[in-house]
Design a protein around this ligand. Structure first.
Ligand SMILES: Cc1ncc(COP(=O)(O)O)c(C=O)c1O
Length: 432
C-alpha cells in the first residue's frame, strides 16, 4: 500500500499536536495509522500490528465492525446530533432501556455524558448534591483508595492516586479528599478484616463530612493494573451502609465483560448507589459515557433546593454515539462473550505464566481478558514500544507494567503472538 503519510504530516503532528501525557519539546515517536480491521491496525508503511490494547479497553469487538458501521450509517441518515435540552430521541431512550436492564437492579436513572472523566465528575456532583438536598452541606468530601485512577479532569484527578495523579503539581486547586490504603488482598486471597482496617478507621473518624466512597471495582486500572478480592467490595458496601455513605463504582474500564462478568461488581454481588460507565460502551467507536443512579438518589436530588441536577453537556446523549452504543451492546449480548473472555483468560494464564520465571519480573497476573506482567523497574516506553511494533504487536506498556487487554474477538493464534512477543521482549529487556 502506498504510504499516504509524508514527512510534512508527521512533522506537523510533532510540532503542533499534543498526544496523551506527552512533551511538545521532546515527544515520543508516534506511528501513523491508516486503517484498522478486526484485531489488526495497519500502519502507513504497510505493516500490520495485532492489537493488544483494544484502544485502551474500548474496542471490544475489534475495528471496522459491520454491525456498528451499519448503526452509524443509519443514524447519520436521520441525524448526527441534536441538543438534549428540551428534545429527546429514540437512540437515547433505547440505550437507556438497555443499560438500565443490564446494570444492577437498583440503578434506574441515567445521565449521559461525553467521556469517562466527565462521568466521574457527574458522579461526584451527584453524591454531593444528594447530601446538600438533604440539608447536609458538610458532607462534601470523598473517600477513595490509593493506586486508583478515575480520569484527568480536576474533580476526577482529586480522587486519583496522589502520586500518579500528580497532586503535587496541582496541589492548590485540587480538593483534598480522604485516601485509604489500597486494597491489599489479591483476587483469590482469603478475607481478613485487616485488609479494610485503614479505610474503616477513616470512615469512623470522618463519616460526617464524607459524601461517598469512590472506587474501581476489582481492577485498579491505570493506577497499577492491580486485582483485588470481591470480599473487599462486599465489606466496603457494608461499611458504606453502616456509616450512611454513598458508594460510587467506577466501571469505566471494567464494564462490558472485561473481567468475565458483565460488570465487575457482579463478582461481589453488590450494587452501588452510583455507577460510571464509558470506554467499551460504544465498542470503541465514539466517546460516550454515562452515570447511573438509584431512585433514592435521584428523588432526593430532584426534591432538593435546586430542583434539578446541575449538569448538562452540549453533546449529552449524542444520537450517533447512542445508536452505536446500542448496536455494540446488542452485538455483545448476542455473542458468546463469556466463553470468549474465559478462553482469553485461560490462554493468557497458560502463555504468560512462563514470564514469572524471567529475571526482572515481579509478578504475572491475569483476570478475565486482562494479562499483566509487572516488572521490578520501569520500562523505557520509547524503546519497548518500538520492540513490540518490530514484532508486529501493538501494546503500550507504562511504568513497570507490560499488559494486554485484547479485543474479545481475538483468535488463539493472534493472542499467542501477543503473549509470545511479551515473553521475548521481557526476556530481552533485562539485557537492554
Ligand atoms: C477507571 C477509569 N475511570 C475513568 C477514566 C477516564 O475516562 P476518559 O479517559 O474517557 O475520560 C478511565 C480512563 O482510563 C478509567 O480507566
Amino acid at each position: 500500500m502506498k504510504n499516504s503519510f509524508n514527512d510534512n504530516l508527521l512533522n506537523f503532528d510533532r510540532e503542533h499536536i499534543w498526544h496523551p501525557y506527552a512533551s511538545m519539546k521532546d515527544p515520543l515517536p508516534v506511528f501513523p495509522v491508516v486503517s484498522a480491521q478486526g484485531v489488526k491496525i495497519r500502519l502507513a508503511d504497510g505493516r500490520e500490528l495485532i492489537d493488544g490494547m483494544s484502544s485502551w479497553w474500548a474496542a471490544i469487538h475489534g475495528y471496522n465492525v459491520p454491525e456498528l458501521n451499519r448503526a452509524a450509517g443509519e443514524q447519520l441518515k436521520a441525524m448526527s446530533h441534536v441538543m438534549f435540552g428540551g428534545l429527546t430521541h429514540k437512540p437515547a431512550i433505547e440505550l437507556a432501556q438497555a443499560l438500565i436492564s443490564m446494570t444492577p437492579e437498583p440503578l434506574t436513572k441515567i445521565f449521559f455524558c461525553d467521556s469517562g472523566s466527565v462521568a466521574v465528575e457527574v458522579a461526584i456532583k451527584m453524591s454531593i448534591q444528594y447530601w446538600a438536598s438533604l440539608g447536609c452541606d458538610d458532607k462534601q468530601k470523598l473517600l477513595t483508595v490509593r493506586s486508583g485512577y478515575h480520569g484527568d479532569t480536576l474533580g476526577a484527578m482529586s480522587v486519583c492516586d496522589p502520586v500518579a495523579g500528580m497532586h503535587s503539581i496541582f496541589k492548590n486547586i485540587l480538593v483534598k479528599h480522604h485516601f485509604a490504603e489500597m486494597p491489599m488482598c489479591g483476587y483469590h486471597d482469603e478475607w481478613d478484616e485487616t485488609h479494610i482496617k485503614n479505610l474503616k478507621e477513616i470512615l469512623q473518624m470522618n463519616h460526617e463530612s464524607i459524601a461517598a466512597v469512590i472506587i474501581e471495582p476489582i481492577v485498579q486500572g491505570a493506577g497499577g493494573m492491580r486485582f483485588y478480592s470481591p470480599s473487599y467490595l462486599i465489606r466496603l458496601k457494608e461499611l458504606c451502609d453502616e456509616f450512611n455513605i454513598l458508594l460510587i463504582l467506577d466501571e469505566i474500564a471494567t464494564g462490558f465483560g472485561r473481567t468475565g462478568t458483565m460488570f465487575a461488581c457482579e463478582k461481589a454481588g453488590i450494587a452501588p448507589d452510583i455507577m460510571c460507565i464509558g470506554k467499551a460502551l460504544t465498542g470503541g467507536y465514539m466517546s460516550l459515557a454515562a452515570t447511573l443512579t438509584t431512585d433514592r438518589v435521584s428523588d432526593v436530588i430532584s426534591s432538593g433546593g435546586a430542583g434539578a441536577f446541575m449538569h448538562g453537556p452540549t453533546f449529552m446523549a449524542n444520537p450517533l454515539a447512542c445508536s452505536i452504543a446500542l448496536a455494540s451492546i446488542r452485538l455483545l449480548i448476542s455473542s458468546p462473550w463469556k466463553e470468549r473472555v474465559s478462553g482469553i483468560e485461560s490462554q493468557l494464564k497458560d502463555e504468560l505464566s512462563p514470564c514469572a520465571g524471567l529475571s526482572g519480573v515481579k509478578d504475572v497476573r491475569v483476570l478475565g481478558a486482562i494479562g499483566v506482567v509487572e516488572l521490578n523497574q520501569p520500562v523505557d516506553m520509547k524503546v519497548i514500544q518500538e520492540r513490540f511494533v518490530g514484532k508486529g504487536i501493538w501494546l503500550r506498556p507504562f511504568g513497570r507494567l507490560v499488559y494486554t487487554m485484547p479485543p474479545y474477538i481475538i483468535e488463539e493464534g493472534d493472542l499467542s503472538r501477543i503473549t509470545g512477543a511479551i515473553f521475548e521482549v521481557v526476556s530481552e529487556w533485562r539485557h537492554a
